[in-house]
Write a protein that binds this ligand. Structure first.
Ligand code: 13P
Ligand code: SF4
Length: 303
């Protein structure tokens, strides 16, 4: 039974002095046993100061990899090594090199949803919760924003004084939400406020009342005086939304909002890695040292 597995996870975690980190998109049961649950930025920042030596990270590859890069002394395990973010691979080092030749003052701004290889060639990382602030504060006029064209486009609108060159990557889950689907959900719930992750397409953002990271969406919903919300992001956020706001109503726009990679984090697999120590994240020293720079710059500039 799942509850037996969850109890075993809790006991074993204590016995092994392990800590469980989970993203808001992880399945409900995983969020319920995690020590810390948050958005990408919160989890990256947390990685700097974790005292436990064993971290089990329930998210996707780039998130666990970032934790290992930020805190290389720790052992980082993942329940399923194949849990990956499709968008993390949607940019090319060749394109970065080409643009660096074209623009003297180019800053390569890398959404944390990217491979360590891409981070190695970038100047600064951002997440959806700090991208606008960080780009605004950069001294550079010319910015190459990788990999997400949707988050990049949103930042470009918020920071019109910069020349933001967009890349053609995107999140297949967020980009799949159609205007028709959202309009239909709005028609069904006309009083609801629309809260949207900036990985959605521009036309979706235009129909939204609020745009923000998963943590921002949670904060907005909790602080709002409104009682009904249409959510345009992955359905894992439904768990904390309902837990924190039992009297409010949440409807997900469209039916595609499941990141199947996030859902690979099952209690059975989490228990297995706690028992066996399998699925350890490894990053070579050279890659780690290079990829750490843009991550460190992000952590510094967001302070
Ligand atoms: P956050 O930056 O809100 O954690 O989102 C991460 C992500 O993968 C969105 O699809
Ligand atoms: Fe990547 Fe999209 Fe899944 Fe987020 S929801 S982890 S961007 S594939």
């Amino acid at each position: 039974m799942t509850s037996d597995i969850l109890n075993e996870i809790i006991n074993l975690k204590k016995e092994k002095n392990a800590v469980i980190l989970a993203h808001y998109y992880a399945p409900d049961e995983i969020q319920s046993v995690a020590d810390y649950v948050g958005d990408s930025f919160y989890l990256a920042r947390l990685a700097e100061n974790i005292p436990e030596d064993l971290i089990v990270f329930c998210g996707v590859g780039f998130m666990a990899e970032s934790v290992k890069i930020i805190n290389p002394e720790k052992t980082v395990l993942v329940p399923d090594i194949s849990a990956d973010c499709a968008m993390a691979h949607m940019a090319s080092v060749e394109k970065i090199k080409k643009l660096r030749k074209e623009y003297d003052d180019l800053a390569v701004v890398c959404y944390i949803n990217s491979t360590a290889d891409l981070k190695c060639h970038s100047d600064i990382c951002v997440t959806s919760s700090n991208a606008v602030k960080i780009v605004k504060n950069l001294p550079n006029k010319n910015i190459f924003f990788i990999p997400d064209k949707n988050l990049g486009g949103y930042v470009a609108e918020q920071v019109p004084e910069k020349n933001i060159i967009l890349n053609d990557g995107y999140c297949p889950i967020h980009a799949a939400l159609t205007v028709d689907d959202l309009k239909k959900t709005i028609e069904e719930h006309p009083m609801a406020k629309v809260l949207t992750h900036p990985e959605c397409e521009r036309e979706i953002l235009e129909l939204s009342d609020y745009i923000g990271s998963t943590a921002d969406i949670l904060k907005y919903a909790s602080e709002s005086e409104y009682g009904e919300f249409i959510i345009c992001t992955e359905d894992g956020v439904g768990y904390p939304l309902k837990k924190n706001n039992p009297d409010k109503k949440f409807y997900f726009a469209g039916e595609q909002f499941k990141c199947m990679d996030m859902k690979l984090n099952t209690p059975e697999k989490l228990l297995h890695v706690l028992k066996t120590g399998e699925n350890e994240i490894k990053v070579s020293k050279t890659k780690r040292e290079k990829a750490l720079l843009p991550l460190k710059r992000m952590l510094e500039s967001a302070k």
